[in-house]
Design a protein. Sequence first.
Length: 149
Amino acid sequence: MKNIAATLTPNAEAFARRVVLRLTQASDELHHDITERLRVARMQALAERKRPDARPVLHLSPSPSVLSQGATATLGGGDHDHHWWRAAVSIVWIAALLIGLAWVHQTQVENVTTELTEIDTALLTDDLPPSAYADPGFTQFIKSSRSKP
């Protein structure tokens, strides 16, 4: 607690002290079974904290470096023998992405065109002329005819 308290601001430290005091007072009122389980959990947490980190180690390939060749400079990786396949894989993924985007765009355009065609066909093959739909009286007629049984 002392090393944590050294990094806290005065307000945070006062709050932490109040929380510790309240938890200490409340622990006196707990049943024996609960206090034993808390004690065991506390001991496990302390043992886990003292154990060295068992985090997996991430092995990265050497970082890219700038290679200068005369008056030009290129960005190269640490593994110079297999750089061509990385570029090929990247190009394949970019091509797949572009093809997918083009397909989605084309599908959306076709859907909108189909919907507009259906609306135009319905308007032109209807018994009423298209100018009737723009007439305010016709709108009122439609609303009143819907309300009648």
